[in-house]
Design a protein around this ligand. Structure first.
Ligand code: ASP
Ligand code: MG
Length: 431
């Protein structure tokens, strides 16, 4: 069978027009057997995060937040579907699951509740999409991704259990594909062996689509986005960005590793393993091929800039001035791992060890406390990490303009700099 996997992110289903546009694309490619993976509506995942936090910490009005979310979903559903009573009941029944949780006091870990509650966003968006497609005469069928995607129970960052996932996905989805059904399923979520819902990490829907592509031996995978394809920099930050028409898997992995937000970093590996081409395409121009990521020979690329905001540098030194030697480093790394502090760049000198990481003050405080009194830890905040792949002098100079470079590393095609923006000083007028 020739079938494809499509993925639509939250931005493509943020309102009525978005749903209609997705439906048009699905209709256009209906005979190519798309399996469709969808994220939660617009900013729903953030809203659900606020709901879990407000209930777990007892701060804020959880019920008000929940009602607002329910209303947004109901409004979209009733604007799309003429006889909306069934879908409105479904929305209500789905949200009752959150009601049940928040009636009690939290007893389990925050991450466990996070997954049970935040996953509801994808359940709602896919239920509305399936009902809408059926209402306009398309043979859509709603599939619960948790019946296919099996994971361990690392809540908020669940790891895939590949053998079970492969078996269940084929069992559940192949017969439907063969019947010509259009499967509508959720990105981002899975289930543990105890049958609890898990999530794969923020923006994880791309990864879901790649997992399904792998398990179903899809002919290709297509991520539909609000950009023309993979670009040389974030168009919100830079002018004159270029679209890259083709990328190798390797280049795509490198770019996402350094923080390019265009695809989730875990997406490429399953596709590369089975040589499945990935298209990143604009949903407002379905004829355009966008960017094709595949197993091509290394191409030559223009400079590609990735900026990670909200960074900090931790400078760790030992109090007795002893070298930060192997035994010190291994205990520092064990602690970083324990607190899931991701090292974006690092450097060690005679007496100190510096790492650049995302600035999460709570995690960093805990880390510092646990480092104990043998170490001293100084933090520089308000930094950015700039990565330029395939850099040239011109781009490098432009990026250094009005910035103080605190740490820099050049490796073959890549340069990385941890920088602080320096305000431009103007001379005072003196008379
Ligand atoms: N809805 C989830 C998020 O916003 C997953 C995704 O969009 O890929 O992180
Ligand atoms: Mg999203």
């Amino acid at each position: 069978m020739d079938h494809k996997v499509f993925k639509f992110g939250g931005a493509s289903v943020k309102d009525k027009t978005g749903f209609e546009n997705v439906a048009n694309i699905i209709r256009r490619f209906q005979h190519e057997n798309p399996v469709v993976v969808i994220s939660a509506l617009g900013k729903t995942t953030n809203a659900l995060e606020d709901i879990v936090k407000s209930w777990y910490t007892g701060k804020g009005n959880t019920r008000d937040l929940l009602q607002k979310l329910q209303k947004q979903h109901e409004d979209i559903a009733s604007s799309l579907i003429p006889n909306a009573s069934d879908i409105l009941t479904e929305i209500n029944d789905t949200l009752v699951e959150i009601d049940w949780i928040i009636e009690e006091k939290p007893e389990e870990s925050f991450d466990y509740y996070y997954d049970q509650i935040v996953s509801i966003g994808e359940i709602l968006s896919t239920k509305i999409m399936a009902a809408y497609l059926i209402s306009i005469g398309l043979p859509a069928v709603w599939v619960d991704a948790r019946d296919c995607i099996h994971t361990d129970n690392t809540y908020r960052d669940a790891r895939i259990l590949w053998d079970q996932t492969q078996k269940k996905t084929v069992q559940k989805m192949m017969p439907l594909i063969e019947q010509g059904k259009i499967i509508i399923t959720q990105g981002f979520i899975g289930s543990s062996s105890e049958n609890f819902t898990t999530t794969l990490g923020r923006e994880g829907s791309d990864y879901t689509a790649a997992i399904l592509s792998y398990c179903l031996d899809a002919k290709s995978m297509h991520i539909w986005k609000d950009v023309p394809g993979v670009l040389t920099a974030d168009p919100r930050l830079f002018e004159d960005v270029l679209k890259l028409p083709r990328l190798s898997y390797k280049e795509a992995i490198e770019m996402t590793y350094y923080g390019a937000k265009v695809i989730h970093p875990k997406t490429i590996k399953p596709l590369q393993n089975k040589n499945i081409p990935l298209y990143v395409r604009p949903f407002d121009d379905p004829e355009s091929e966008g960017t094709l990521i595949s197993d091509v020979m290394e191409l030559s690329y223009p400079p590609v800039i990735v900026i990670e905001p909200n960074q900090c540098l931790l400078h760790i030194s030992s109090n007795d001035f002893s070298f930060v030697a192997e035994h010190h480093l291994s205990s520092i790394f064990a602690l970083l791992d324990k607190h899931r502090i991701k090292v974006n760049m690092m450097r060690n000198t005679a007496i100190s060890f510096s790492i650049c990481t995302n600035y999460f003050p709570d995690k960093i405080k805990l880390f510092e406390t646990e480092l104990g009194s043998d170490f001293r830890c100084v933090t520089d905040e308000d930094l950015e990490l700039i990565t330029i792949r395939h850099y040239n002098d011109e781009t490098l100079q432009a990026m250094k303009h009005n910035r103080l470079v605190l740490m820099e590393e050049r490796l073959h095609k890549t340069i990385q700099m941890v920088v602080k923006n320096i305000p431009v000083m103007k001379r005072k007028e003196v008379d």
